[in-house]
Design a protein around this ligand. Structure first.
Ligand code: SDX
Length: 431
C-alpha cells in the first residue's frame, strides 16, 4: 500500500529540519526520522518503542483504541467464525485468501513436512525430564538448521519458501514431542489423514496401546486457539525475529530467538502465569485481596492476562476466547468451571475499578486461553509452547516480508549514554 507524504519540521536551536510525515493505509501518521542523526546529530529516545514504527508491513493491523485486529485486512472475528488455521496461515504468508486448489496444495505441502529428522530425537534425550518445554523447543528449533541445510540460504526464494513450510509443519510435532518427553510417554508420529489441530491433539494425547478418539469440538477449539495467536504486528517476539533476521541469520535461528522472547511472563508466558494466578486466588471471595495487591505499587504482583501495550479498550481475541471457554467447558463438563467463574468475576470487578479503568487495563489474549487449554488436558507448562506453535506462522510471515524488503538494513538501535567518560586507569595499589 502506498502512503501519501505531508511535510513536518523539527526546530532545534532555531535551526529547522524538514521531516516527511506519511499516512499509512490505516493507523497513525508516521514521522520519518531515519536521517535525523545524519542531518541534526541527535537521537530520538523511545524506551520500549512505545511510539516507534520499526518497519513497513502489510500483514497485521491493530487499532488499540477500537479493539481491532485484522490479518491482511480481514477482521479476526470473521476469520475465527468462518476460517481455520491453515487457511489463515496461507493468508498471512501469501497475502490473499486461497482458492480451493491453492489451499489444497498448501495443505498437502505442509502435511508432507510434518515429520522431523529421526536423529532430532537425540536432542530431547539431553534434557532432564522435568525441563520446561519452552527450554526444549527453543533448543530443538534452533538446532533445525543443523538438519535442514537445504533451506537456510535466505537469498534463495525456493529455500525461503520451504523453510516457511517446514516451520509451520514441524512445530506441532516438536511441541508434542516435548510434552511426551516430559511425561515419559513414547512420541506419536503425525498422521497424514488428520487435519492440523487434530493431528496435534493426537500427537499429544494418544498412546500406541489404543485408538485415539478424535472430537471435532475439541479440534475446533484447538484450531481457534491457533488462529487467535497467529500474528500480532510488531510485538516483542516478532520484533526479535525481525532483528535476528536483519543480520542474515537463518530462519530456524530467528524463530528460536522469537520463542525465547515469547517465554517471558510479560509476553507469551502470561497464559501460564494467569492460570496459576487464578488457581492461587481460588475462590471469588479472595478476588478483592488480589485486586488490591495489583494496585499496590509496593507489591510486584500484577493481574496476569490483564493489560496490553496496544489495546487500551479491549483485546478482541479475549472476547472470542471467552466465548470459546464457555463452549469448551460446557461440552467437556470440565471441573475448571470454578476457575472460569473466578476469571469472569475478576474481570467484572477489575473493569469496574477506577485503577484499571484509569490505566485502561483489560483482559488480553492470555486471560482465557489458559482455561481452555487446561480443560483440553494440557499442563500449564504447555501453554506457552502452544502459543509459540500458533505464532510461528506470524513470525515466519513477518521474517519473509522483511527479507524481500528492498530497504532492509541490519537493525542497530543507538542509546542515550549516561555512564562515565574519559576516566584514567588507576593501578590496583592506588584504589
Ligand atoms: C501478550 O505486544 C503484543 O502484541 C503481545 C501479545 C501478542 O499477541 O504478541 O498481545 C501477547 O504478550 C499479551 C500481554 C500478556 N502479558 C500479561 O498479561 C502480563 C501482565 N500485563 C502487564 O505486564 C502489562 O500490561 C504489559 C506488559 C502487557 C504491557 O505493559 P506496558 O504497555 O509496558 O504498560 P506498563 O507496564 O507501562 O503499565 C502501564 C500502567 C503501569 O502503572 P503506572 O506505572 O503507570 O502507575 O498499568 C499498570 C502498570 O503498573 N499495569 C498493571 C498491569 N499491567 C499494567 N497493573 C496491574 N496489573 C496489570 N496486569
Amino acid at each position: 500500500m502506498t502512503s501519501h507524504k505531508k511535510n513536518a519540521k523539527l526546530v532545534i536551536n532555531d535551526k529547522s529540519y524538514p521531516l516527511d510525515l506519511s499516512s499509512p493505509s490505516a493507523g497513525p501518521d508516521v514521522l520519518d526520522i531515519r536521517h535525523l542523526y545524519r542531518d541534526a546529530n541527535i537521537f530520538t529516545y523511545d524506551p520500549g518503542f512505545t511510539s516507534t514504527a520499526s518497519c513497513e508491513s502489510e500483514i497485521t493491523f491493530i487499532d488499540g483504541e477500537k479493539g481491532i485486529l485484522q490479518y491482511r485486512g480481514y477482521d479476526i472475528a470473521e476469520l475465527a467464525k468462518n476460517s481455520y488455521y491453515l487457511e489463515v496461515c496461507f493468508l498471512l504468508l501469501y497475502s490473499h485468501l486461497p482458492t480451493a486448489d491453492e489451499l489444497a496444495n498448501f495443505e498437502e505441502r505442509v502435511t508432507m513436512h510434518t515429520m522431523v529428522h529421526e536423529q532430532l530425537i537425540n536432542f530431547f534425550r539431553g534434557f532432564r525430564r522435568d525441563a520446561h518445554p519452552m527450554a526444549i523447543i527453543t533448543g530443538v528449533v534452533g538446532a533445525l538448521s543443523a538438519f535442514y541445510h537445504d533451506s537456510t540460504d535466505i537469498n534463495d526464494p525456493q529455500q525461503r519458501e520451504i523453510a516457511c513450510i517446514r516451520m509451520i509443519a514441524k512445530l506441532p510435532n516438536i511441541v508434542a514431542m516435548a510434552y511426551k518427553y516430559s511425561i515419559g510417554q513414547p512420541y506419536i508420529y503425525p498422521s497424514n489423514d488428520l487435519d492440523y489441530p487434530t493431528n496435534f491433539l493426537k500427537m499429544c494425547f494418544s498412546v500406541p496401546t489404543q485408538e485415539y478418539d478424535t472430537n471435532p469440538t475439541i479440534s475446533r477449539a484447538m484450531d481457534r486457539i491457533f488462529m487467535l495467536h497467529a500474528d500480532h504486528e510488531q510485538n516483542a517476539s516478532t520484533s526479535t525475529v525481525r532483528l535476528a533476521g536483519s543480520s542474515g541469520a537463518n530462519p530456524f535461528a530467528c524463530i528460536a530467538a522469537g520463542i525465547a522472547c515469547l517465554w517471558g511472563p510479560s509476553h507469551g508466558g502470561a497464559n501460564e502465569a494467569c492460570l496459576n494466578m487464578l488457581r492461587e486466588i481460588g475462590t471469588v471471595d479472595k478476588i478483592p485481596e488480589y485486586i488490591n495487591r495489583a494496585k499496590d505499587k509496593s507489591d510486584p504482583f500484577r493481574l496476569m492476562g490483564f493489560g496490553h501495550r496496544v489495546y487500551k479498550n479491549f483485546d478482541p481475541r479475549a472476547h472470542i476466547m471467552k466465548i470459546s471457554a464457555d463452549e469448551v467447558l460446557e461440552i467437556l463438563d470440565s471441573d475448571d468451571k470454578p476457575i472460569l467463574k473466578v476469571a469472569k468475576e475478576l474481570e467484572k470487578i477489575a473493569l469496574e475499578d477506577d485503577y484499571f479503568q484509569s490505566k485502561k487495563l483489560y483482559p488480553n489474549v492470555d486471560y482465557y486461553s489458559g482455561i481452555i487449554l487446561d480443560a483440553l488436558g494440557y499442563p500449564t507448562s504447555m501453554f506457552t509452547p502452544i502459543f509459540a506453535l500458533s505464532r510461528t506462522v506470524g513470525w515466519i510471515a513477518q521474517w519473509k516480508e522483511m527479507i524481500v524488503d528492498p530497504t532492509l538494513k541490519i537493525g542497530r538501535p543507538r542509546q542515550k549514554y549516561t555512564g562515565n567518560v574519559n576516566l584514567k586507569y588507576i593501578p590496583i595499589e592506588d584504589r
